[in-house]
Design a binder for this molecule. Sequence first.
Ligand code: ADP
Ligand code: MG
Length: 299
Amino acid sequence: ATPTAVMVATGVGASQGVLIKGAEALETAHKVNCIVFDKTGTLTIGKPVVVNTKLLQSMAVRDFYDLVAAAEVNSEHPIAKAIVEYAKKIRVEEEKRVWWPEAHDFVSITGHGVKAKIQNKEVIIGNRSIMLDHKIQVPANVEDLLLEAEARVETGILVSICGQVVGVISISDPIKPGARNVISILKSMNIRSIMVTGDNWGTANSIAMQVGIETVVAEAKPDQKVGKLKELQANGSIVAMVGDGINDSPALAAADIGMAIGAGTDIAIEAADIVLMKSNLEDVVIAIDLSRKTFTRIC
Ligand code: ADP
Ligand code: MG
């Protein structure tokens, strides 16, 4: 391709909110034969909401959410934001005010959850692993609640107080309406799609099935996301990674092409080769198509 063709393609991309950082990124994109998608905020809308609360002990929902919000208000995670939003709604409806008890010794455990001491009680919130790591038993009836949530494509968040699981909060983060179509278009372009996520296997598999992705890596830490990319590259794939979160920047940097989607974090935008300014998954196709048109000779 001539420098002019590259400039034209870059300009066409920019006019559609597809920012291609340089000629090399534009060139590499046409060789991509495998795309790794992050789940949250990439395949899903990324604005989770609380849809269900199951309490396992006689306890007022309001008191339960006071403790949960007191801990989660210290976390930046989208799940934490959803929980605090919901807790606020309950408080405002009941008392027209919002405040939480004081939290001490707050700790955030990446990819697992949070813990804090509130009113002298140890409160731990998160997935199965955070409970296991703190030697907190997840009884069979709680495990059933988690599996039910996962089958509904929701994420079940466990809440323990003083070493006992007392509640399960179900969080829903709907799939983007166009996701299934994009995966199927990519398939027709001979590009294989894979999903990686820190979320649990049950929810991950349900979402993958709904969008038509066959290969899933769940419960993955940031370095395991990078490990999966390296494995694919070692097997000869030219890999693009699409993601939005802080967790994803190492993977964006490790991919042959990193694509930051939407109003992603600054750090993700920094690490990316291509930035999809709108949150449209369709723009993944547009970016690759532009590159193919520029670098594939017709005759
Ligand atoms: P993703 O790759 O989907 O962005 P993360 O790695 O950020 O997921 O988180 C993985 C899992 O850890 C979440 O699905 C949730 O179960 C748990 N988790 C993480 N942070 C929190 C939090 N602040 N509160 C409750 N659970 C959390
Ligand atoms: Mg994420």
